[in-house]
Design a protein around this ligand. Structure first.
Ligand SMILES: Nc1ncnc2c1ncn2[C@@H]1O[C@H](COP(=O)(O)OP(=O)(O)OP(=O)(O)O)[C@@H](O)[C@H]1O
Length: 627
């Protein structure tokens, strides 16, 4: 399936422009590699091409040149970076079947299609169909995801970082699968950092830089010009760097298109190896011209190491060339590798990072953009966390005592004003509340049901105004409690939140209560919320990629939520497990004194804020009493 993009731009809810004016033409039956440093916009572009996000401007054309609509987007399957967020059913069979059900494939045909898709990915149906997808290895999960995508018989298959996290053997067999898919005529787009593996397979390479296309063309032209890749912050594949230098030295005629080609060329042309004296200390290359079989002319100890493996002997040639001559050429791109590439090697932390941790990480990561003068902290961040805890606790108590509409509406206005002053965008707030809204709407309608004294009816259901008002008040009260927690966690990062709480409950230590456990649990739980919401969004996207492209409120239908609950629970439990192990491995001991990571400091501003909170809480409580 051919796919074209015309002047595509995309802006995230927070206003970040991720894609800027991109035009592309990807011919049918080709394999396109999409690369770029972290944050260059690859995943965003892939999601747009898959129809999982709508461009802010521009358009995508599928196949026959018609604008990509809902139906056309169903001809596209996408496999995400993290397979664990893409699997959600109880068995591998059911997981793959989901996409088929969405596409209306008759039940009788499904098993055959599932077995065939699994076979294509190298998994036997009998062995894997009945297993839980959550209990497979990383490589097997990735294969099941690809099988699910293939079962939908897409015209275009998009793979985002397919080899990330796979061991060399699993990555190699995945490459074999990709080659087979390409031979079968499927159009493939692969977002990847693994240029060594994927450039040799590519019919076309698109290099992204800061949300725009930096290069669009064949792989050989890209690898032949070191500046093109270096400008985008990327390092050329090793085979291309070595080959290019060998060409410059007149040792090879052209830059090889893959490691295999390089090795084959080296087999044909034995290379002179520099004298040992001219090699850097510690180099182990032999001192004479060696032949491709690795035997003639080699000192005894070298031939013992390499003679039984032609490839290894060529590795000696290659490494000798690389060490002695190519060093200069490889130095160019590697020196130009920007911080983002260095940053990409950082292992993501298991726990959701706090703002302080992120800042510290950015400041200490080699190559990370150096921070300028410390940004002025907003008024909300400067407040002592104890003030915010006071506001949170008093606010919750007052809210729980409200059972009239007027004080609840007053509180809603107050919280909206506070959120605006904390510069929390309404889009972000909406994203946070979306999962709750449908549930609360349902509860509200449920509380309005009345068979004894109905005021109106919708179909067979009768409702009373009094019941709706009572239910509305309860629902609003709950929503405001959640809003209060949201405001609190949005304006307070982990360390201050925890220190403030620990200070408050410290007196309980005298009663033998392990307050450190409590504060750790509360702070981790509160910080889990944004993490869970992020995972929920990823799961929604995965459902969308399997044919169920629900939009708006339909994304939160009971059926959709039911599908998300199990994988979300598994992710949360997995995360909890990792977090517990991490805490344990750091030698956490609730009985020990801890060095505080955040110093509590009470200032005049905090006294004023605390007085303000007490006054407002008293006024709201009084309004609630008289309403
Ligand atoms: N949900 C989001 N909300 C706001 N901005 C986002 C969101 N997701 C990504 N971005 C931003 O959009 C830009 C492009 O991100 P994207 O994930 O597409 O990059 P990428 O090239 O795929 O990166 P990586 O190689 O790290 O996966 C980045 O600046 C990123 O911070």
């Amino acid at each position: 399936m051919r796919i074209q993009a015309e002047q595509l731009s995309f802006r995230y809810e927070d206003g970040r422009q991720a894609i800027q004016d991109i035009s592309l033409d990807i011919p049918s039956g080709t394999l396109t590699v999409l690369c770029g440093v972290n944050g260059s916009g690859k995943s965003t572009l892939l999601r747009l091409l898959a129809g999982l996000a709508q461009p802010t401007s521009g358009r995508i054309l599928h196949g026959d040149g018609k604008k990509a609509d809902h139906r056309a987007a169903e001809a596209v399957s996408m496999v995400f970076q993290q397979p664990e967020t893409q699997l959600f059913a109880g068995t591998v069979h059911k997981d793959i079947e989901y996409g088929l059900t969405q596409r209306g494939v008759p039940q009788a045909e499904r098993t055959e299609i599932i077995a065939s898709a699994l076979r294509k990915t190298g998994l036997a149906y009998d062995e894997f169909a009945g297993r839980s997808p959550f209990l497979l290895s990383g490589g097997e999960k990735r294969r099941v995801c690809i099988a699910g995508a293939l079962a939908a018989q897409p015209g275009l298959l998009i793979l985002d970082e397919p080899t990330a996290g796979l061991d060399p053997q699993a990555a190699q067999s995945l490459l074999g699968l990709v080659q087979e898919l390409r031979r079968s005529g499927l159009t493939l787009i692969i977002g990847t950092h693994d240029l060594d593996s994927f450039l040799p397979l590519a019919d076309k390479v698109i290099v992204m830089k800061q949300g725009a296309v930096h290069y669009d063309g064949p792989a050989p032209a890209l690898t032949a010009d070191p500046v093109l890749l270096a400008d985008a912050g990327l390092t050329a594949p090793a085979y291309a760097s070595i080959g290019r230098r060998a060409v410059q030295l007149g040792l090879l005629e052209g830059v090889p298109g893959s490691l295999e080609e390089l090795l084959a060329e080296l087999e044909k042309h034995p290379l002179p190896v520099p004298e040992a004296a001219s090699l850097p200390a510690g180099s182990c290359a032999p001192a004479r011209v060696i032949s491709p079989d690795g035997q003639s002319g080699l000192p005894r100890e070298h031939s013992a190491n390499y003679s039984d493996d032609g490839i290894q002997s060529q590795a000696v040639h290659a490494s000798a060339v690389a060490t002695s001559t190519v060093a200069a050429s490889t130095a160019v791109p590697s020196a130009a590798v920007p911080s983002a590439v260095a940053a990409s090697t950082a292992v993501p932390s298991a726990a959701p990072p706090s703002a302080e941790a992120e800042t510290a990480h950015a400041a200490t990561t080699p190559g990370a953009p150096q921070p300028g003068p410390p940004a002025r902290r907003s008024g909300w961040q400067q407040l002592d966390p104890r003030v915010k805890w006071l506001g949170m606790i008093l606010g919750s108590l007052v809210l729980l005592g409200m059972d009239a509409l007027l004080p609840l509406l007053l509180t809603a206005g107050l919280l909206a004003g506070l959120a605006a002053s904390a510069r929390i965008s309404w889009r972000r707030a909406l994203r946070f509340f979306r999962p709750f809204l449908l549930m609360f709407l349902f509860l509200w309608l449920l509380s309005g049901l009345s068979w004894s004294s109905p005021d109106f009816a919708i179909g067979p259901l009768s409702f009373s105004y009094a019941g709706m008002l009572r239910g509305g008040i309860s629902v609003l009260r709950f929503l405001l409690l959640i809003a209060l927690g949201f405001l609190f966690t949005e304006t307070t990062t982990g360390a201050p939140l925890r220190e403030g709480l620990e200070w408050g409950i410290a007196p309980l230590r005298r009663l033998g209560i392990r307050t450190r456990n409590w504060s750790l649990a509360v702070s981790v739980t509160l910080q889990f919320v944004p993490w869970i919401l992020g995972k929920l969004a990823q799961l929604q996207l995965a459902l969308g990629s399997r044919g169920r492209r629900a939009r708006g409120l339909a994304r939160w239908s009971p059926r959709q939520i039911a599908l998300l609950i199990v994988p979300l629970l598994i992710l949360v439990l997995g995360m909890g497990d990792e977090l517990a192990t991490a805490v344990e491995s750091r030698g956490y001991d609730p009985a020990k004194q801890r060095t505080p990571v955040y110093q509590l400091r009470w200032s005049k501003r905090d006294t004023l804020a605390a007085l303000g909170i007490l006054t407002v809480a008293a006024l709201l409580w009084w309004t609630a009493r008289i309403s």
